[in-house]
Design a protein around this ligand. Structure first.
Ligand SMILES: *[C@@H]1O[C@H](CO)[C@@H](O)[C@H](O)[C@H]1NC(C)=O
Ligand SMILES: *[C@@H]1O[C@H](CO)[C@@H](O)[C@H](O)[C@H]1NC(C)=O
Ligand SMILES: *[C@@H]1O[C@H](CO)[C@@H](O)[C@H](O)[C@H]1NC(C)=O
Ligand SMILES: *[C@@H]1O[C@H](CO)[C@@H](O)[C@H](O)[C@H]1NC(C)=O
Length: 301
């Protein structure tokens, strides 16, 4: 913060009640507003009404659900900041949500409720956390119901692991020009079949909205949720002859494998297996996430 900020304090004190008052008038009665707009503004602190004006209607709408567990509060905090500090992309609405099953403790119910009130970036599915099968199915099959009544709320829905970091501008560049139907986008597996991969790995993949709707309606998917979830999902698509627009990002999405600049090439879309603070730190540092920090008398790093 600079000295200038300090001299603005009286103005802020006068404006703050006005802003709060107008926020109260902007908070509408319907929940759908909360979900659609207020809920959308993931890159900004949600203290104010939505920023995007009608004329900046997004041309690309992506929901990223990070599959995680309620108790990983600290990791969630780091991930939330890591995405909030990425530059917003004009005409793109990228909503990042933490996804978990039902809460178990009274502590979680209060603390997570606070997070929801503050950040609006949490989705709680109707499942139990010790369930080791079917969370990905529950996620994809629940999303259409959450947005019931809305015509195609998203172009794509992604599932991501909580040990993966995506660079949103690169992700956008790689997905924006792809077909918006029957699309299955991510990193292919196995390595020997990269031209026509039978499945995309679990670090993170996107499905076009029609495929998400199909999963929600498919008896076959509902009947086959036992086993490795990301392989199951590929199997549903393959058996049904779906996901024909299949895009493999190959070396642009990789597992963490070193700490040097060369280990983080500029084409990187995602880094995976970020299992601890050290690997997150190295990754965020290499992608210059803290580059914008200005010198100040208030801190010395
Ligand atoms: C949650 O799932 C359980 C078990 O499948 C079901 O009985 C219950 O009705 C569901 N609750 C909601 C709110 O959908
Ligand atoms: C799904 O399972 C139900 C109950 O076991 C069965 O009746 C139905 O035929 C199955 N559907 C498919 C498409 O596998
Ligand atoms: C990415 O790096 C390569 C080689 O290090 C360089 O030739 C290229 O110009 C860079 N591209 C961008 C967009 O920075
Ligand atoms: C890191 O970010 C800062 C601020 O955004 C920028 O000035 C600097 O050039 C960046 N450094 C690199 C190596 O990209």
């Amino acid at each position: 913060m600079s000295d200038k900020t300090i001299s603005y304090t009286p103005i802020i004190l006068i404006l703050l009640p006005l802003v709060l008052l107008s926020a109260i008038f902007f908070i509408p009665n319907s929940n759908s507003y909360l979900q659609l707009n207020f809920f959308s503004n993931s890159c900004q602190p949600p203290a104010l009404p939505p920023q995007h004006l009608p004329e900046s209607k997004p041309e690309f709408k992506l929901l990223i659900g990070i599959i995680t567990v309620p108790e990983k509060t600290e990791r969630r905090h780091i991930i939330r900041m890591a995405y909030a500090l990425q530059k917003p992309i004009p005409y793109a609405q990228i909503d990042i949500r933490f996804v978990f099953c039902k809460l178990k403790t009274e502590e979680q119910k209060v603390f997570i409720a606070m997070e929801i009130l503050r950040y609006r970036d949490i989705i709680i599915l109707n499942c139990t956390e010790n369930m080791n099968e079917g969370k990905t199915y529950t996620y994809f099959s629940s999303v259409p119901k959450m947005f019931q009544g809305e015509e195609q709320p998203y172009d794509y829905v992604m599932k991501a692991d909580d040990d993966a970091y995506f660079r949103l501008d690169k992700l956008y560049d790689a997905l924006r020009d792809k077909p918006r139907v029957d699309t299955y986008w991510g990193k292919g597996y196995p390595p020997l079949d990269q031209d026509n991969p039978p499945y995309l790995v679990g670090m993170g993949y996107a499905l076009s909205w029609d495929l998400v709707q199909w999963i929600a309606e498919s008896d076959f998917a509902r009947n086959n949720t036992h086993g490795i979830e990301d392989i199951n999902l590929a199997m549903w698509l393959n058996v049904a002859g779906k996901g024909k627009n299949r895009f493999n990002m190959r070396e642009k999405m990789y597992d963490f494998h070193g700490v040097e600049a060369k280990d983080f090439p500029n084409y990187t879309i995602a880094v995976h297996v970020l299992k601890n603070d050290f690997t997150w730190m190295v990754t965020l540092k290499n992608f210059n996430v803290t580059g914008g920090l200005e010198p100040s008398p208030f801190y010395h790093l």
